[in-house]
Design a protein around this ligand. Structure first.
Ligand SMILES: [Zn+2]
Length: 290
């Protein structure tokens, strides 16, 4: 049977009164915070039905948002949110507020706090764009390519790729697009700032496409070569983070030391993959034959 919220209110209020001496002495912060949380839960339960009527058809998500907004900057417990929303799925609603609406809700040990009343519109718009692409009639490959086009120069997360791909396998499609279209799509193998599963289209311009020879060097091989060379071009000594001119397109490619880019395909497979004969180059040095 459900506890009488009015009794819970009295118990929590009494607890706070009992803690008065501790508060005066600036002691027992955790116990005070817990009692305060219990009090809020009780209040939310007592007035829940009345507030819901006043709210109209706001829904659980809106009730949670309103509660977090009223307590902006303060930590509120999951129990409070459950009482406010009267649903067990408040954690999911929090996730929706964060991901779908762009609200900055911080979490720490089962407590939550809203940092700003204004949602991050960029994050929200990005979520909506991904949702729209996901629903388009085009093929998965076309949808993923459009996703990269929308986010040129930005890291696309594994989750976004998979959402647009309608399941797992978004990263595999990104690799295929890289090989087929020769688009400079980086993964964590190519750029150390990308996390596992993230991909980034460096540039969508025709002139910045990969040299066809790069199809010969799969991701695992690139990862070995670039990591060994500390992601630095052997000729110009530049790395991602030291490219200073704004807007310059910079990405790493594998250079074979025994063949020109146009001849490298003629090498036997073993020679092609011999790490000691492979070097890290940047797109610009590679194109100018350095
Ligand atoms: Zn270079």
């Amino acid at each position: 049977m459900r506890e009488d919220p009015a009794l819970a209110y009295r118990a929590a209020a009494q607890k706070l009164v009992d803690l008065s001496d501790d508060v005066s002495a600036e002691r027992s912060y955790e116990a005070v915070a817990d009692a305060l949380s219990d009090l809020r839960v009780a209040v939310a339960r007592v007035y829940g039905a009345r507030r819901r009527q006043a709210d109209g058809v706001g829904g659980a998500r809106q009730r949670i948002l309103r509660y977090l907004t009223a307590h902006r900057g303060e930590w509120v417990s999951g129990a409070e949110l459950a009482a406010v929303s009267e649903i067990g799925e408040w954690a999911r609603r929090i996730r929706e507020l964060r991901v779908e609406e762009g609200y900055d809700v911080e979490e720490n040990g089962g407590r939550y706090r809203l940092l700003s009343e204004t949602p991050d519109s960029e994050r929200r718009d990005r979520y909506r764009m991904v949702t729209k692409l996901r629903g388009s009639d085009e093929s998965a490959t076309d949808r993923i390519q459009e996703l990269f086009d929308e986010l040129v120069g930005k890291a696309v997360t594994a989750d976004e790729l998979d959402r647009v791909a309608h399941g797992r396998g978004g990263a595999g499609i990104a690799r295929q697009i890289r090989d087929h279209e020769l688009l400079p799509i980086e993964s964590s193998a190519d750029a150390p700032d990308l996390r596992t599963g993230e991909h980034r289209l460096v540039s969508a311009r025709e002139v910045d496409r990969l040299h066809p020879s790069q199809r010969l060097f799969p991701e695992d091989l690139r990862r070995q070569v670039f990591a060994r060379d500390r992601y630095m071009c052997r000729k110009c000594r530049r790395r991602h983070e030291t490219v200073d001119s704004l807007g310059e397109v910079f990405y790493l490619v594998v250079k074979h030391l025994d063949a020109t880019p146009n001849d490298v395909a003629g090498l036997p497979g073993d020679d092609l993959r011999r790490l000691s004969r492979l070097a890290t180059s940047c797109n610009r040095c590679y194109a100018s034959g350095l």
